[in-house]
Write a new protein. Structure first.
Length: 183
């Protein structure tokens, strides 16, 4: 989680607004949730520029956030009722939401929550949160575990004009990183 807080997967999420009445002129309305700015805001974090994975030891998860928690923080109620949807493929799995609207799984009665702290928003916040967050976290856990166990080092390649590759909406990276196995 601290890795995603300090190296945001994207700088912000874009949400479109619908007009409640016909506008006087043609326009588009957007809300941008600034993940990077939120992740380093001293309002949310002690020593926000320090890399400190222990800061999540007491951070609440989506399974803990109920409407009383939201009210205690003085935040507006999520527009969605707290509910649970069972999957239809025979597993004992349900999809639930927190008091903020954050979706998480419950498998065989065991919650699989995500960090649901207002300052932790690299995947969005509440019901505007990325539904692929848990998958992304698991993929990176496996990647980092494999890199460590296999003694892999990442190296910047000496390429004069690296290819630019799309990695997300409005996000590209230069293809200039390789890897070596330490001997």
């Amino acid at each position: 989680m601290e890795l995603f807080r300090t190296i945001s997967p994207n700088s912000g999420s874009i949400s479109a607004l619908q007009e409640t009445t016909p506008p006087a002129f043609e326009r588009s309305g957007y809300i941008i949730s600034p993940h990077t700015a939120t992740s380093f805001d001293a309002v949310h974090w002690k020593n926000p520029t320090e890399f400190d994975p222990s800061r999540y030891g007491n951070a609440p998860t989506s399974a803990q956030i109920d409407e009383a928690w939201v009210q205690r923080l003085g935040m507006a109620r999520c527009p969605f009722e707290k509910t649970s949807y069972d999957v239809k493929d025979g597993r004992k799995v349900a999809i639930q939401n927190s008091g903020f609207g954050t979706v998480f799984g419950v498998a065989d009665g065991k919650s699989l929550p995500v960090c649901d702290y207002a300052g932790f928003a690299p995947f969005g916040f509440g019901y505007r949160r990325c539904p692929g967050e848990q998958l992304t976290i698991n993929v990176f856990e496996d990647l980092l575990r494999t890199v460590w166990k296999s003694s892999i080092d990442f190296v910047k390649l000496d390429i004069s004009n690296p290819e630019v590759l799309p990695v997300g909406p409005m996000t590209v990276v230069r293809d200039e990183v390789g890897f070596l196995r330490r001997t």
